[in-house]
Design a protein around this ligand. Sequence first.
Ligand code: BJW
Ligand code: ZN
Length: 238
Amino acid sequence: MREFDQETKLTVITGAGFSQASGIPTFRGKDGLWKNYNAADLATPHAFKKDPKLVWEWYKWRLNIVLNAKPNTGHLKLAEVEDQGYDIVLLTQNVDDLHERAGSRNVIHLHGEIRQARCVCCGDRFSWTIDLLENTEDVPKCKSCNSFYRPDVVWFSESLNHNIIQNCVDRLTITNVLIVAGTSMVVYPVAEFPFLAKRQNPSIKIFEFNLDYTPISKIASQTILGSVEKTLPSFFSY
Ligand code: BJW
Ligand code: ZN
């Protein structure tokens, strides 16, 4: 496969554009969630404190989409590359589980997982199913401590998990091929990752897959414009 051999340490950063072809809306851009919804009203700890029901209604709507979605050709290709024995790690900003459902095993979720709910007080967790979603009207409450559960995702102004960040930094430090796919690369700290990898290893090859150029295009070896579910499988087929 072009650019890769069994020694290559391949790391892939994915974002909402990667799941767009699976029917999951992106955040930014003309059909993005932030066109119709205000991030400050829905994706911050303050918003949840102010109106947990409104926040859960929005998350339950999105959960329903995620639970019914299927991995696309981009997800499947990355799982296939791993199956072929390549050393590949996925750092995803996506809260869906489509990489795992496609068969990828080395997946790090930077912004949490929408299927998981977490008690705001004792940290107890449960996993949503379609059945549970259809039968839950109110804001879910913890049986142990009676506090609200919240979506187990990272909201604006919240810190990402320290150990997860450290694992990503360790991986980026040894990466020699970095793919950045379907992300606007404007949300920190992830937006900093390609720059960090480039500083650690100036000869790193960075391939970007997006519909448009982004702030990291200037350090990419190549930006491959187009729908990632088409461009990424053909990139790996060379
Ligand atoms: C396709 C395609 C197709 C479409 N094929 N391509 C330093 C400077 C300035 C600000 C900050 C800073 N450090 C921290 C901040 C604040 C903030 C931040 O970055 N704000 C920016 C907006 C400026 N960051 C944080 O708050 C983070 N916390 C943190 O840093 O804590 C410490 C701290 C706090 C405060 C101040 C300072 C330090 C937490 C960030 C959490 C992000 N959470 C969300 C919601 C997750 C839960 C949920 O899903 O509900 O994560 S926001 C949203 O954006 C979501 C995404 O993971 C994330 C990134 O979006 P992504 O994936 O890039 O999607 P889009 O929609 O933006 O882009 C899609 C792309 O795909 C586009 O480019 C399309 O062209 C492309 N595309 N279809 C190929 N088919
Ligand atoms: Zn609890």
